[in-house]
Design a protein. Structure first.
Lengths: 400, 281, 361
């Protein structure tokens, strides 16, 4: 169990008929011993290629991958001491589930009793105890996936790689197992990297998340950092359900503090931050007429009368277009000047389609992005510092 | 070029030569006289002649001893009639049957399908002796209908099993959707199931054609010179005065051409990917 | 008289009894969600209603008329499949036009109506594409357009958002009811995702092992699940289910023991006194506290899982007690995981009989 560091790794696939595909571009990141990292992105973003390079099933075109201090680029997969749960399960058909899982421990020459106990323990966590004596061919996709996971997790290894570990599971099982798996990983201090396209899963399980798009790392940070300080529009809209509300706007002329105009049907809506520390910093950076995208998370908007003490950038009236109560939260769709936004509240809101609702946008939760480069400029009035988290350019900016 | 691709090219060349050389030699032989063919050592340099082809097509073979009348063109026609006829009949019978086996669950279904397949396992000679007796009684010897009927032993199981697999691969949901749109069962079969199974039907038809064309024993036993296909007709080249290799070679070349043509034509129906991306990708 | 009436329906596939004694009634224009895990028989149910497979027993009636002798193409039922089931050799336009072609409509009217529906589902720009050129989201909308274009009496939707990306799924969850409302059709929507069930249905029917366990408004099922299985399914994170034995406290009120602590249980039914039962507590009623002051239950924090807007926390307490607590807002694990506590609010708790699994009033 050790740290994993990836330095300037590139992966280029060459094929005679399709030219070359630059699947992973100049990727660098590091996780510490015992931490859980998620590689998150849509299909084709390079996350699976990265995982396969760490495992050793793909060669590294350039760059270095180290486990602890050891360089593992040139090692065969078997020599890397890495455990992997494959997306395609890859179970051994002639062995029972119990033997499949135990297979991983055979190398260690532990006693049969110890092996049996360990297998039983992990089977119980993943709810596959009653499948132990069955054969892989009769199992459903979700069951096979859990067996594959058990087999990977039970092995003593330096690094654990999970490829879409819960993609086949039913929603309710996923919720239960998320907790159990995370608990197991934390308890045994297993350094883990997993690949997913589901941002809910990434946020729930990982200590740090690497968001990738087009082979380029967009941002690498904790769930909270990605939520509250997204590096660019891609990360801002990818993370979060409902997605961050993003509205096109521009900087308006204002003598007092900073003004941002939100575009839409009819008159623009003005957000105004009177003079003070935050607005002055933003005022200096943003020239009049600069095209910006303003963002605010659905659960950060406030409803109703303005609470005392909270600095509000603006309050306006929005029209309700949908209202869905989900048991422990309420998702409300609203229309502001032809722009569609979402509001999430903890309690049910008595509002029907067509009703008017009053909203406040607190300054501290306002995000401002540059419309052209899509990079983040301010989070809550504080300029984005590139030292805190990585701010790599988007693939367009790289000009490739 | 790297060593790897050079070695690969050499390997391909070797394999290619191994398979294609006999064909190439036959092609060459067809343009040689018997004297050239039998010369020892064999030589690649010779005076080409089309006399083999002309005698085949004209129907009279000249040799040292005398002339022999061989109606090769008629044999070619017979091969074509028999093979095409068998395939058409098999398609008409086996395609709907394949659909039934694929879609409907009925008692003894698997057993029935397997029984039909087992026809292919039967050694032809075992079947032929009694069959000859029956055919004589009904008067079907030396007829196209009789042979096409018997050829079903070869072609029907083939079409049935290949096409059934293709029907099974079509998601039932697509057919349900068409029914729910308001179309009848027959419309669903003809406008959805058949077009989607077309690659399977084409490849099954093609294979069946080739197997039927190449058949020798059924036609030999149950037919006569009137209906004999080229496979049986080749025997005629074994004459009293010796084997006319040149003419056999020419006959071979001519008999390969139709199957080659059918294969090339049918190729465009042999499209990959049955679901063609209309279901979840 | 209900618009769609299903009575005592049963169907076996091979030796497995997939649907058994199923009853369900829907009103005209209603949006009913059938919610259940995979393998519970939902797809078979839809196929039986559509008529593409025949039931072994029971009856399906639409608008008072039994469908026993009616072929699928004459039932006025349309279905959107989980696998989309588009015709691969027809363009998107032809796929959508297919029901109208069956009716034999004139070309001009076909064109106009296809354009209209395609506009509502925002796929006008891909109408000339073949299915394999469409993204999953576009395929789903094409499939929906095809099922809606004939304005069916009953629309069956088989988990339509299952094979669509998480991002698109959210958008469509909002958009779908709006689009469907314009068609004024009776909708039966099948899903495994409890959030979809909560968000979309006027009523939800929870289906397990081939039968319906509970039919009610989603909020009611959420607050008062009919049995343990429903309680486990309906909620994310799932409801805490703790075995316990209610006792009468000296002061007169009923209490329950959770782990090693005793808590007031105001809502506990009297007849459960001194009997083994299972208490169900929603994670949002287990309030996570940062310190152990005041009236609280000391716990150890085992795992923290941010869930978009809330955070689920797995905690344990002495007495083999394991609970999930759900807090508003995202939190991250802190170093002192041992100095935490929870306060459990049992006002909304529900109680189940451990043998039958049924909720006790």
């Amino acid at each position: 169990m050790s740290s994993l560091s990836i330095s300037n790794v590139n992966k280029i696939f060459r094929s005679s008929n399709r030219g070359q595909v630059h699947a992973v571009r100049d990727l660098s990141m590091r996780i510490d011993d015992g931490q859980i990292m998620a590689l998150l992105g849509s299909s084709g973003c390079g996350k699976s290629s990265t995982l396969r390079m760490i495992a050793g099933f793909e060669s590294v075109t350039s760059g270095e991958i180290r486990v602890g201090e050891k360089l593992i680029n040139r090692l065969e997969p078997a020599a890397r001491n890495v455990a992997m749960a494959f997306e395609a399960y890859a179970l051994y058909p002639p062995l029972t589930v119990e033997k499949n899982i135990a297979f991983a421990l055979l190398r260690n020459k532990e006693s049969a009793a110890v092996i049996k106990r360990k297998v039983a323990e992990i089977a119980q966590r993943l709810e596959i105890t009653d499948l132990l004596q069955r054969y892989p061919t009769g199992l459903s996709g979700g069951q096979q996936q859990r067996v594959s996971l058990a087999r990977a997790l039970i092995r003593p290894a330096d690094l654990y790689l999970l490829d879409e570990p819960m993609s086949q599971l039913e929603p309710q099982l996923r919720a239960t197992l998320r907790g159990r798996i995370k608990e197991y990983l934390v308890e045994h201090q297993l350094t883990t990297v997993f690949v997913t396209h589901d941002q809910t899963e990434a946020i729930a399980m990982a200590d740090r998340i690497a968001v990738m798009d087009g082979g380029v790392l967009q941002q690498y940070g904790t769930p909270r950092e990605l939520e509250d300080e997204p590096a660019n529009l891609f990360v801002a809209s990818f993370i979060g359900e409902p997605p961050m509300n993003l509205l096109a706007g521009s900087v308006a002329d204002s003598a007092d503090g900073l003004a941002l105009d939100i575009h839409g049907e009819g008159e623009p809506i003005r957000l105004h931050m009177p003079q003070g520390v935050h607005s002055d910093a933003m005022h200096r950076e943003l020239a009049t007429d600069r095209q910006v995208t303003v963002g605010i998370r659905a659960h950060r908007m406030l409803v109703g009368e303005q609470p005392a003490g909270a600095a509000s950038a603006g309050d306006f009236v929005a029209r309700v277009t949908s209202n869905q109560w989900l048991g422990d939260q309420s998702h409300i769709g609203l229309d502001i000047n032809g722009n569609r936004i979402f509001l999430v509240t903890e309690n049910p809101l008595d509002a029907h389609t067509g009703d008017q609702v009053r909203l406040h946008w607190p300054v501290e939760h306002l995000h401002v992005f540059d419309s052209k480069s899509t990079n983040a400029l301010f989070h809550g009035g504080v300029p984005r510092s590139s030292a805190a988290t990585r701010t790599p350019q988007t693939s367009e900016a790289l000009g490739a | 070029m790297s060593i790897r691709s050079l070695l690969r090219a050499l390997g391909l060349l070797a394999v290619g030569l191994f398979f294609l050389f006999p064909l190439f030699w036959v092609l060459m032989m067809s343009f040689m006289t018997n004297a050239d063919i039998l010369r020892s050592p064999p030589s690649l340099i010779f005076e080409p002649t089309v006399s083999n082809y002309t005698s085949l097509l004209s129907g009279s073979l000249a040799s040292q001893v005398g002339t022999l009348n061989v109606d090769y063109v008629q044999n070619l026609m017979n091969s074509f009639i028999l093979a095409a006829g068998s395939v058409v009949l098999s398609l008409l019978l086996a395609v709907p049957a394949a659909y039934a086996f694929a879609r409907f669950r009925f008692r003894g279904g698997e057993n029935m399908a397997f029984t039909i397949l087992s026809f292919k396992f039967a050694p032809p000679l075992l079947v032929l002796i009694p069959l000859l007796g029956y055919f004589r009684q009904i008067g079907l010897t030396d007829s196209y209908i009789g042979l096409i009927w018997v050829y079903q032993l070869i072609t029907l199981p083939l079409v049935l099993w290949i096409v059934r697999g293709y029907f099974e691969d079509i998601s039932e949901d697509v057919e349900y959707a068409y029914r729910l749109d308001g179309h009848s069962w027959w419309e669903t079969f003809t406008r959805i199931a058949l077009p989607l199974a077309r690659p399977g039907i084409a490849s099954a038809g093609l294979l069946a054609f080739i197997f039927a064309w190449n058949n020798f024993i059924f036609a030999l036993v149950l037919g006569s010179s009137r209906v004999q296909p080229v496979t049986v007709g080749a025997l005629n080249f074994v004459t009293a005065s010796g084997i006319q290799y040149g003419q056999i070679a020419a006959a071979l070349v001519l008999s390969i051409l139709p199957t080659l043509a059918v294969a090339l034509y049918a190729q465009r129906f042999l499209v990959q990917g049955l679901s063609l991306g209309a279901v979840k990708g | 008289m209900s618009y769609l009436q299903i009575s005592n329906l049963s169907k076996s596939l091979g030796r497995a009894e997939v649907i058994r004694g199923l009853d369900l009634a829907m009103d005209h224009g209603e949006f009913l969600v059938v919610f259940g895990p995979s393998g519970c028989g939902k797809t078979t149910l839809l196929r039986l209603i559509a008529g593409v497979i025949k039931a072994d027993g029971g009856e399906v009636a639409i608008a008072g008329e039994s469908m026993a002798e009616v072929e699928p193409e004459h039932r006025g039922v349309a279905m959107a499949f989980q696998s989309f089931a588009l015709y691969p050799h027809f363009s998107a336009f032809e796929n959508i036009a297919s029901p109208l072609r069956a009716d034999g409509l004139a070309e001009r009217e076909v064109k106009q109506r296809v354009q209209e529906v395609a506009g509502m589902l925002r796929i006008t720009n891909v109408l000339d594409h073949m299915p394999k050129e469409l993204s999953n989201g576009q395929k789903q909308r094409t499939s929906l357009a095809r099922s809606l274009i004939r304005r069916p009496r009953v629309l069956l939707l088989d988990d339509p958002l299952r094979n669509v990306d998480a991002k698109l799924r959210y958008e469509m969850r909002i958009e779908l009811p709006e689009v469907l409302r314009q068609f004024e059709t009776t909708v039966l929507y099948v899903t495994q995702d409890f959030k979809e069930a909560m968000a979309l249905g006027d009523r939800v029917a929870v289906m397990l092992d081939g039968a319906i366990r509970q039919v009610d408004r989603p909020a009611n099922i959420y607050r008062r699940p009919a049995d343990l299985d429903v309680a486990r399914l309906f909620g994310d994170p799932p409801m805490n289910l703790i075995p316990t034995r209610p006792q009468r406290h000296n002061g007169g009120g009923i209490t329950v023991r959770l782990g090693e602590s005793v808590l007031d249980a105001p809502g506990c039914p009297e007849r459960l006194l001194d009997r083994e039962c299972v208490v169900g507590i929603r994670p949002e009623d287990v309030h996570f506290l940062d310190s152990r002051e005041g009236d609280c239950l000391p716990v150890r924090l085992e795992a923290v899982m941010p869930l978009n807007v809330r955070t689920a926390m797995l905690v344990t307490a002495p007495g083999a007690l394991e609970l999930t607590s759900s807090a508003w807002d995202i939190r991250e694990a802190r170093d002192e995981e041992n100095d935490t506590a929870v306060r459990i609010d049992l006002n909304g708790a529900v109680y189940f009989d451990p043998d039958s699994g049924q909720r006790v009033q």
